[in-house]
Design a protein around this ligand. Structure first.
Ligand SMILES: Cc1ncc(COP(=O)(O)O)c(C=O)c1O
Length: 362
């Protein structure tokens, strides 16, 4: 990006995506310390920032590499020389298969249907593709049932062009434990135990299983601490967000990503219209069930409705808002919001000190 002259937030065009540097660095340092105290390697999910500047900070604080969801995320990191990557997605379709074979990143596999074309392409290219067996520990998304993992490993062992490295799960179902921190923590430990159990069964059946990888922000304080787990892949923790605050994973003082917006119209009684809409906030739902984000410091305001570039604020304090008033909105889900933007301002106090590129979006 072109050289950046520091600018006061009051001078920025809105809407603007802001990253608070102090909070970001604290979040990164604390998660690295947590992984170290659990005795696991930290492989953060890159989808949470899609920003190489953030990724380099994570590496500087001890991350071993990254988890990716998309081909574009993998490509961004490889182009930057960051090569220790897990592409935690099934590489399906000719383009993804060719990419997996060419790059040699570790992929996730949960079926023979996914494995066969990949194995054949790798065989033809004279290469081996490393993979993790994805295990469903409760999310109900991709992944084999824990009791089916050994059978799958047995079937996949027929393909010499595939190299089993271990097991992976994403305990995203922990997001459903709203208001139940004990339940969430117990579920996180259970995920670790189930996955470590699967790893033990694989080894007992003669399969290699060097990596036992759990991954989520709500599970970061529990699953990686289970004996036998070797790797943690939290991602959202870099910024946290409204959903993590609602779940109790972080308090609001840790949230590092906000959207700066301004009131642009107060013509409608009791409603203030701002210049942050769906294309600034994303339509990712709140775990609490409603709203497009939380207006920082104004809990009585509800961000109840949004069009593409307009947001509707209602509630007790909406009447007092004036055209031009600046507001910071905490996103429900930071990862979805980042994907809406091509850059974010890095902020110290009330000054934007850098503009960081966001890459690898769809
Ligand atoms: C496969 C995988 N690993 C890790 C993560 C990171 O989880 P979180 O966003 O809770 O930090 C995700 C999130 O979607 C994921 O899908």
């Amino acid at each position: 990006m072109s050289p950046f002259e520091p600018v006061r937030l009051s001078e920025l065009p809105t809407p603007a995506l802001l990253i608070d540097r102090t909070r970001l660095v604290r979040n990164i340092a604390d998660m690295s310390a947590m992984a170290a105290s659990a005795g696991v390697r930290l492989r953060p999910h890159f989808k949470a920032s899609k920003c190489l500047d953030v990724a380099r900070l994570q590496l500087a604080h001890g991350a071993i590499g990254f988890t990716c969801a998309t081909m574009a995320e993998v490509a961004v990191l490889l182009d930057a020389g960051i090569t220790d990557l897990v592409w935690a997605h099934q590489p399906v379709g000719p383009a993804k298969v060719a990419f997996a074979v060419r790059t040699g990143v570790t992929v996730a596999i949960d079926s023979v249907e996914v494995a066969r074309p990949l194995a054949e392409a790798a065989q033809t290219a004279g290469r081996r593709v490393p993979y993790l067996i994805e295990v469903d520990t409760g999310l109900g998304r991709a992944g084999v049932a824990p009791e089916d993992a050994v059978a799958l490993a047995g079937e996949l062992a027929a393909y010499p062009s595939l190299e089993l490295r271990g097991v992976l799960t994403h305990e995203g179902h922990l997001m459903t434990y709203l208001g139940d921190r004990t339940g969430m923590d117990n579920a996180g430990r259970l995920v670790g135990e189930v996955l470590a159990g699967v790893a033990g069964e694989l080894r007992a059946a003669g399969h290699p299983c060097e990596i036992v990888s759990v991954g989520s922000t709500p599970g970061a304080a529990t699953a990686p601490f289970v004996p036998g787990v070797t790797e943690a892949r939290a991602g959202t923790y870099v910024f946290y967000d409204g959903n993590q605050v609602a779940l109790g994973t972080a308090d609001e003082s840790r949230t590092a990503l906000t959207v700066l917006t301004r009131v642009v119209s107060t013509k409608r009684d009791g409603t203030a219209i701002v210049d942050a809409g769906l294309k600034a906030m994303s339509s990712d739902a709140s775990v609490t069930g409603s709203g497009f984000g939380l207006v920082v410091g104004r809990p009585s305001l509800a961000f109840a409705k949004a069009n593409e570039e307009h947001g509707y604020l209602t509630g007790r304090d909406a009447k007092a808002l004036r055209v031009g008033d600046p507001l910071h909105v905490l996103p429900n889900h930071g990862c979805g919001v980042v994907n809406m933007w091509s850059s974010a301002y890095l902020v110290e106090g009330d000054t934007a000190v850098a503009r960081w590129r966001i890459s690898g979006r769809h």
